[in-house]
Ligand binder design. Sequence first.
Ligand SMILES: C[S@@+](CC[C@H](N)C(=O)[O-])C[C@H]1O[C@@H](n2cnc3c(N)ncnc32)[C@H](O)[C@@H]1O
Length: 185
Amino acid sequence: MSWYQTEPVVSLELVDLLGVSAEAGVIDVGGGASVLVDALLHRGFAHLTVLDISEAALQASRERVGADAPVEWIAHDLLTWEPTRRYHLWHDRAVFHFLSGDEVGVYRDLLHRAVAPRGYVVMATFAPDGPEWCSGLPVTRYGADQLIEALGAEFMLVDQRREVHTTPSGATQPFTWIAARRVGN
Ligand SMILES: C[S@@+](CC[C@H](N)C(=O)[O-])C[C@H]1O[C@@H](n2cnc3c(N)ncnc32)[C@H](O)[C@@H]1O
């Protein structure tokens, strides 16, 4: 859980910068036990989805925010998931960087099916000088230019951030953040 953050500061900063409305459909992929869903509920967001491969992580979040919260919880591997609707905002912190080879193309195709026209993506991966491993798995590190290129030509960079996250043990993890807008259909 080295990646765990108590306040989703940059996520909320970029949601504000993009002007995403509380009425918008928002999905946090690989949301796990992240408190982003709590913060968005607090701001009145009412159409939230959290997807994660780990049922246990989703259960922890579900128990934290309460069973009545307006959140759809999806326990699924995102690489084999078939979305049944489109989202105005796709949020991914520290999931895309686990993918390699063909998986990157699978993710890109999924993005194109799941993000609404003129919708947004907020994404964070480890930065080029960040750790090479996360949760014991190798990661691909990205700068903002590489990350936006990986999403494909339908996405235009709106803004970027560098964040140095301090882990619970006091180590540092530099992250690259991008906010992107879908320009094609
Ligand atoms: C490093 S954690 C980040 C969690 C959260 N986004 C955050 O910022 O705290 C990665 C999360 O992605 C989930 N995950 C990894 N591979 C996945 C996949 N293929 N499909 C769905 N979730 C996945 C893990 O279960 C874990 O909750």
